[in-house]
Design a protein around this ligand. Structure first.
Ligand code: SF4
Length: 430
């Protein structure tokens, strides 16, 4: 049986202005929610485009969402668009939408003024999105196939992915779920799907780990998130809950003290932050991450390797070291999934291996994420590792270290005898 659901006041539609009562509450407590830092890029942007907007409004995540840039005209006001981008923005209206928060638009503008284009490429559509290769699919990971009930994807034995919303405050052009995110959804549909998904988890005692994703679950209201977290936490076999989000990078205003106070009631809770480039590591993002870390939430990151955006050793080293300074452990570097219309973002796997090889050993091990490929058709995340063990030389194994020098270690053949025991030991390496 499904639990009785709350269908009123649980989910706010972030596309709509808050209700008047919500507005009053926001006004009353607004000052306490504000980020207390402001980077130069944001200050300049506000002076140019939002000089009449109060600190309180700028720091209100709902204001940021209500004022997202979504059209050719919006983007044109902010940066000089190329002909390609202009045309792509005109054509994308019925496809995967474009949107960025004013906060992130300020970062794009600042980066463009310095001659960079990484953030811009990752958020502003280009005509190349219309080009689909033979190996690309709308659902490259086969998530729809591995979905026992709407909203749940179960690919591994002890954990599930829970797609809580199809909404994000900004739309990454390489999104693996572009087939579904950014589409309109209704409150009632969302609650119905949630209750069914929670029921599925309750009925499956093998599920000890639930990853809330979407879309971006941190675009839900505190009440909506608590609706989900409290019900999941009440299931005895759910040992841990994870949240996958890009919010601290695109909408740091969302990480309010009220949110973190609520989240810390549901430990063990982990947050996995999607970040792309060091230009995202602003004082605002750092404060958002600090708030989460201070609430006792372990923070990890996930980054997609993207051609023309971050496929460079120095850029990624700077990103991973910067994340550690912000108390975020770099966790995954993904080879770009074979999503329809993303070939312009995809590097070769060999390039990813070269990058990982040129980072490992040259900086702290904590700054080196797992490089993984999410295998098409539901094969799952599979690590791709540079080879350091190069050969056997008699009773020695020869390794090549991070600098390319060879070292050997004694490993006599037959030292470890294969024996019939239940330890699972398989005998010596041959
Ligand atoms: S934040 Fe995640 S779900 Fe949203 S558009 Fe970006 S990649 Fe897709």
């Amino acid at each position: 049986m499904f639990e009785q659901t709350q269908t009123v006041d649980v989910v706010e539609n972030p596309d709509q202005p808050p209700s008047s009562s919500m507005k009053r509450v926001t006004e009353l407590i607004g000052r306490r929610l504000q980020l207390s830092v402001e980077s130069d890029a944001i200050r300049e942007y506000r002076a140019l485009f939002h000089a009449d907007v109060s600190d309180r409004d700028w720091n209100d995540w709902r204001w940021q969402i209500r004022h997202r840039l979504t059209s050719e005209q919006d983007f044109e006001r902010m940066v000089e668009l190329t002909g390609d981008e202009r045309q792509a923005l005109r054509m994308q209206q019925c496809k995967f939408p474009a949107a960025v928060t004013p906060y992130y638009a300020a970062l794009i503008r600042h980066e463009s003024s310095l001659g960079g284009s990484a953030l811009r490429y990752s958020m502003i559509p280009r005509l190349a999105e219309g080009f689909v290769t033979m190996s690309e699919l709308n659902d490259p990971l086969g998530e729809e196939h591995d979905s026992p009930v709407p909203g749940i994807v179960q690919r591994y034995p002890d954990r599930v992915l829970f797609l809580t919303t199809d909404y994000c405050s900004a739309y990454c052009r390489y999104c693996t779920r572009s087939r579904r995110v950014g589409r309109p959804e209704t409150k009632s549909r969302r609650i119905g799907v949630w209750d069914r998904a929670i029921e599925y988890i309750r009925e499956h005692p093998e599920v000890r780990d639930v990853l809330l994703s979407g879309g971006d679950p941190l675009t839900l209201s505190d009440a909506a998130l608590e609706y989900l977290l409290s019900r999941l936490r009440a299931i005895p076999h759910v040992e841990m809950i994870r949240l996958g989000t890009k919010t601290p990078m695109v909408l740091p205003q969302r990480i309010t003290p009220a949110l973190t106070r609520m989240l810390k009631r549901y430990h063990p809770l982990f947050v996995s932050i999607h970040c792309t480039h060091p230009a995202e590591l602003t004082p605002e993002a750092a404060q958002a991450c600090n708030r989460l870390a201070d609430a006792g939430i372990p923070l990890g990151s996930q980054t997609v390797l993207l051609a023309g955006v971050n496929d460079d050793e120095l850029i990624l080293t700077s990103l991973f070291q910067g994340l550690l300074r912000m108390r975020v452990r770099p966790y995954y570097l993904y080879h770009c999934d074979q999503v329809a219309g993303t070939s312009h973002f995809r590097t070769t796997l060999v390039r990813g291996l070269e990058i990982i090889r040129s980072i490992r050993g040259f900086t702290s091990g904590y700054a080196v994420p797992h490089f993984v490929v999410d295998l098409p058709g539901g094969g799952g995340k599979t690590p791709v590792c540079p080879e350091y063990l190069v050969r056997r030389d008699g009773d020695k194994l020869v390794f090549r270290n991070y600098e390319g020098r060879e070292y050997s270690i004694a490993d006599p053949v037959g030292t470890f005898q294969s024996r019939p025991c239940d330890s699972g030991h398989q005998g010596p390496l041959q």
